[in-house]
Design a protein around this ligand. Structure first.
Ligand code: GLN
Length: 542
């Protein structure tokens, strides 16, 4: 059986802009912005040789990067790309690389670093600006982040845009489709950045704007069917979260009941979570699901465990044990049926940011690490039992997964659900996880989230939850002194979960939440709101 179906992978099925990554912290944004324009784009490290690529991009972008092109060991692009005849755009380091290729003296250390906003003027020749700046007459704000600069124009190029500090803020080749810009169009601080990327991708490269989840679904279903074959079976873990639900629904659409979903109840899930997931996945989405109640095993094992890392390790390990045992049962049952073959595949909800993380350019000496197994599950299963990975979301960003979910008919509520950690409430309870403490955190969380939903602000918040402090505090309830638990309420806004700000609730909302939790959850005497940003805080408590 083939390991993949080459003609159905996105970079063959869609016009693709290849972004070569020189290590900038913004490279992934180039890919995202293009996809938002419905142009498919993939990122590869700058060390990628054209000869090793088995597909042809319609255009190439050279990203920014932390090196100076003239320093020893700085990365350089494979010259073969310039023979390919497709348009090339260099951004910041990418621009400097274009200039340096032509002559090593073209790039020098600047006298002043330029970091932040600059006013860019596209140069007009005979009343026309260059195609890269089409429809962008007049000054515009752009965002710069560089220390080096071009000392002169490379041979064959002319200037297409300037700023006060950068006479070569934009350059273009006289006869070839090669462009360079000193600023970063991919960051939102650059006004018109998206238009510039569209002018390059659509106007200059001629890329079709056909990347959308409707097209992706049809093609991905075809790919899964061909990959798995007519009898092949696939196993996968679901959590009730967006990614695993979308992946599971896609598998179901492709191969029906030959996809087996398993939900492990680790005793640390949200209130009514297992019942809700079971109902949604089976009744609404028609997915073949087994729920394994292992809550006792998990809660027994967590007794006396105080260290956060220990908790995570125990839960991760126990999860694999339970999952493997269940997989064995499903496999034995499958072996008896003549309608289906052996379980040969394991579904994994890897997303594109995980792929980017593992292939982004970390420096000339750093070896590119192979992709880690997201969720930490399968190594033992894939290597030990010879299961092969199937990763249908591997090319998608989170917002694309959500769009795909909508395309597959998954409800708005589920598609917009906040992320929930694998170890569940256990890492939101500081200190020992006991059934009583899980119950308290769970009830408080339910009230908090319900009130957020009722207030109509759920979709404005990226993640919210109620945690439990390890200490107790005194309160007076009904004239009686009580010594009760302290609930920690955390809600954050974040675009990428790398940085986050606390959500600014109104005082009325805070008071209303605190009152309800203290009144309705037995044993709680205090509610504290966590205002910490990330960094230095993390989103979860442990
Ligand atoms: N390191 C180069 C400079 O300082 C390029 C910076 C970048 O690509 N953002 O000029």
């Amino acid at each position: 059986m083939a390991t993949d179906i080459p003609e159905l992978v996105p970079h063959k099925a869609f016009d693709t802009i290849l972004t070569l990554d020189f290590g900038s912290q913004y490279t992934h944004l180039i890919t995202r912005r293009l996809r938002e324009l419905h142009v498919y784009s993939e990122m590869l490290p700058c060390t990628q040789k054209l000869a090793d690529l088995d597909w042809t991009p319609v255009g190439i972008i050279l990203s920014g990067g932390p090196y100076s092109v003239y320093e020893d060991g700085a990365p350089h692009v494979d010259p073969a790309y310039f023979e390919l005849g497709v348009p090339i755009l260099g951004i910041c380091y990418g621009l400097q690389e274009l200039a340096y290729r032509s002559c090593k003296d073209n790039v020098v250390a600047g006298t002043a670093r330029e970091y932040g906003h600059a006013q860019l003027q596209a140069k007009s020749v005979n009343g026309h600006v260059d195609r890269l700046f089409e429809n962008l007459e007049g000054e515009m704000k752009v965002w710069m982040s560089h220390g080096d600069k071009l000392s002169k124009l490379p041979d064959g190029f002319h200037t297409i845009a300037t700023t006060g500090n950068s006479p070569y803020a934009g350059i273009a080749h006289e006869s070839k489709h090669i462009y360079g810009i000193q600023f970063h169009p991919e960051v939102t601080h650059s006004e018109n950045g998206t238009t510039i990327l569209r002018n390059f991708a659509v106007g200059i490269c001629g890329a079709k704007t056909n990347w959308d989840m409707g097209k992706f679904v049809d093609q991905e279903i075809l790919r899964i069917r061909k990959l798995v074959g007519e009898k092949g079976q696939v196993l996968g873990a679901v959590s009730g979260g967006v990614d695993s639900t979308v992946a599971a629904k896609l598998m179901h659409q492709a191969i029906g009941d030959r996809f087996h979903a398993v939900l492990v109840n680790n005793g640390c899930m949200r209130l009514n979570e297992c019942e809700t997931v079971h109902k949604t996945l089976t009744e609404n989405l028609g997915i073949n699901l087994t729920v394994v109640d292992a809550s006792k095993l998990f809660l027994d094992g967590l007794k006396g465990v105080l260290d956060p890392e220990q908790k995570r390790k125990f839960i991760g390990g126990a999860f694999i044990d339970v999952f493997e045992a269940e997989a064995k049962k499903i496999e034995d049952a499958a072996a008896k049926s003549d309608k289906a073959g052996k379980i040969e595949w394991f579904l994994q909800g890897t997303l594109y940011p995980d792929v980017i993380e593992s292939i982004s350019f970390k420096g000339p000496s750093a070896t590119i690490k192979t992709h880690h197994n997201v969720g930490g599950l399968p190594k033992r299963m894939t290597e030990g039992q010879g299961l092969r990975l199937i990763e249908p979301l591997r090319e998608l960003f989170k917002d694309e997964v959500r769009a795909l979910g909508r395309e597959l008919g998954i409800s708005h509520e589920l598609v917009m659900r906040h992320p929930f950690p694998g170890p569940g409430i256990a890492i939101r309870i500081l200190g020992e996880v006991t059934p009583e403490r899980v119950e308290i955190a769970r009830k408080a969380d339910h009230i908090f989230i319900s009130m957020i939903r009722e207030a109509g602000i759920y979709d404005d918040i990226s993640q919210a939850f109620a945690g439990l402090d390890s200490n107790k505090a005194v309160g007076v309830m009904g004239d009686k002194r009580v010594y009760g638990y302290m609930i920690i309420l955390r809600a954050v806004c974040s675009s990428d979960f790398m940085t986050a700000d606390a959500y600014p609730f109104t005082n009325e909302f805070r008071k209303a939440v605190a009152t309800r939790i203290i009144n309705e959850v037995d044993g709680v005497t205090r509610c504290l709101f966590d205002e910490t940003t990330k960094p230095p805080g993390t989103i979860e408590l442990e």
